[in-house]
Design a protein around this ligand. Structure first.
Ligand SMILES: Cc1cc2nc3c(=O)[nH]c(=O)nc-3n(C[C@H](O)[C@H](O)[C@H](O)COP(=O)(O)OP(=O)(O)OC[C@H]3O[C@@H](n4cnc5c(N)ncnc54)[C@H](O)[C@@H]3O)c2cc1C
Length: 453
């Protein structure tokens, strides 16, 4: 096998396959490396709910089939946010599919192989190779345990939350690329697929059930995967008081309230991690692009990361192609990738994070109070609702309904104002790395304010 390519892609999840398809559509020579055996690539602990809009958008761009046939388990219509009351409090449209991730992932992998991508499986990428202050390849450990070097004009890190290349770059290399991974960046999860003895009645719904006893982001999910089947799980940030809490124990304790032991059979139960923060504001460096979970591209509220990973991979391929055509691998040249991410889904996710922090600060009991009194309505949680202009009269009415919990109203006002500011700031994303630092400092300030720091 040769050891020089146009592009090396680390990881064969949705971000990696999309990046490889995108590069192959431009006839670039691509090597995709994954530590798993070929037949296991694409399998992952996941809620398996994906948006129709996103998966169809990317399929069209990449010239592949959207999810179909036995890749789809059931259709999804609604995202429901519930507190402990047994009713659907907030229902937002969420048209999509519950997919079989393994089958869908395998098909995407074979789509890219058929298009000419070379795949190196059972090969663990260990670290980047740096030459002349540019990422110029990777060092891998192959199935025989030998270390081998592979070189490329561009390396795309699609290795999932751990970001194996990004986190191993030296601090001094491209100072505006974050190389850190902290506990607050991700939630540790436990997920099961269960077969119930009776119908669950949640057809077409993916439910986030907020619970007082589950730490941030605070919910257990129940995704309908068929009349008797549910994909359910929970997860939280394991830091501070929660660092020694067992995710599995929290999951089983909560399940007892809704689906007690004996009412179902577990078909699959596994742990995983999901990113839970705003996207990496800068995801490029000389010769290097980060995409998917490795760049925190999942939606911090719903954990929907499959679609964003596909989109990010597609954009990474487009930007890599332009850089290779012009033989220019600088951060400046790759900067366009950041703008594409922010304008496509990054700004939405940035605001989604404000919402998750706010919901956590309000807590399920107060949320129930706000919903019952009509202080928060379904429409308020949509982009339009948050951006809506409110008059003094509106606020007076809300204040009356909020009696005696005025502090909640102040918290909500702060959240809405911050969300608007973040949206506006995303629109002002810098055109070049030179203006980035000031922009980033301002963005960090918005988040520290909403955290109450
Ligand atoms: C519990 C849970 C529930 C979720 N629910 C949903 C949901 O309902 N809907 C949704 O859209 N998203 C969901 N997500 C998120 C979604 O799974 C991810 O956002 C998505 O898989 C990200 O794709 P990716 O390609 O970036 O990374 P991954 O899918 O993680 O793929 C990374 C790939 O890199 C490979 N790799 C890692 N390290 C190395 C290495 N050192 N060398 C070589 N290869 C390596 C891995 O083997 C893997 O194949 C969920 C995640 C979790 C954990």
């Amino acid at each position: 096998m040769k050891n020089e390519y146009d592009v090396i892609i680390v990881g064969g999840g949705p971000a990696g396959v999309a990046a490889s398809l995108s590069c192959r559509r431009s006839n670039l020579e691509v090597l995709l490396i994954d530590k798993k055996p070929m037949e296991e690539i694409g399998d992952k602990v996941c809620g398996e709910a994906i948006s129709k809009k996103t998966s169809h958008f990317v399929s069209e761009k990449l010239g592949i089939k959207p999810p179909s046939g036995n890749e789809i388990n059931v259709l999804v219509e609604d995202l429901v946010l519930r507190t402990s009351l047994p009713m659907d409090h907030i229902t937002l449209p969420a048209i999509g599919y519950m997919v079989d991730r393994h089958k869908y992932g395998q098909r995407l992998l074979h789509d890219t192989i058929n298009l000419g991508t070379k795949v190196l499986d059972v090969t663990k990428v260990i670290k980047p190779i740096l030459e002349n202050n540019k990422v110029s390849g990777v060092i891998v450990k192959n199935s025989a345990g030998e270390e081998v070097e592979y070189f490329a004009k561009i390396v795309i890190d699609c290795s999932g939350v751990m970001g194996v290349i990004r986190t191993k770059l030296p601090d001094e290399f491209e100072p505006i690329l974050s190389k850190s991974l902290t506990k607050s960046d991700y939630a540790s999860c436990y997920r099961e697929i269960i077969q119930l003895k009776e119908e669950h009645g949640l057809d077409g719904k993916i439910v986030l059930q907020y619970e007082e006893d589950i730490p941030e982001p605070g919910y257990i999910w129940f995704f309908s995967d068929g009349k008797y089947k549910l994909n359910c799980g929970t997860g939280f940030i394991k830091e501070g008081n929660n660092q020694n809490k067992s995710v599995k124990k929290v999951y089983f304790d909560t399940m007892e309230k809704y689906y007690p032991k004996g009412s179902y059979e577990t078909l699959d139960g596994r742990g995983g991690i999901v990113s839970i923060r705003p996207p990496l504001w800068n995801a490029v460096a000389p010769g290097f692009i980060v995409a998917g979970d490795a760049a925190f591209h999942a939606d911090p509220l719903t954990a929907e990361g499959h679609g964003p990973a596909l989109i990010a991979g597609y954009f990474a391929g487009l930007v890599a192609k332009k850089a290779i055509e012009q033989n220019n691998y600088t951060t400046e040249k790759l900067w366009e990738y950041n703008k594409l991410i922010i304008s496509n889904f990054g700004a939405e996710h940035a605001r989604s994070r404000i919402l998750t922090i706010t919901l956590e600060r309000i807590g399920p009991r107060n949320l129930e109070f706000l919903l019952k009194r009509g202080v928060v309505k379904q429409s308020d949680l949509t982009s339009k609702g948050i951006m809506k202009k409110r008059s003094i009269f509106n606020y007076l009415m809300l204040a009356l309904r909020c009696f005696p919990k005025y502090s909640l109203l102040l918290l909500m006002k702060k959240a809405i104002d911050t969300s608007k500011s973040v949206a506006k700031h995303c629109l002002e994303y810098p055109n070049s790395p030179a203006e980035y630092r000031d922009w980033q400092i301002k963005m960090d300030l918005y988040y520290s304010k909403i955290h109450g720091k």
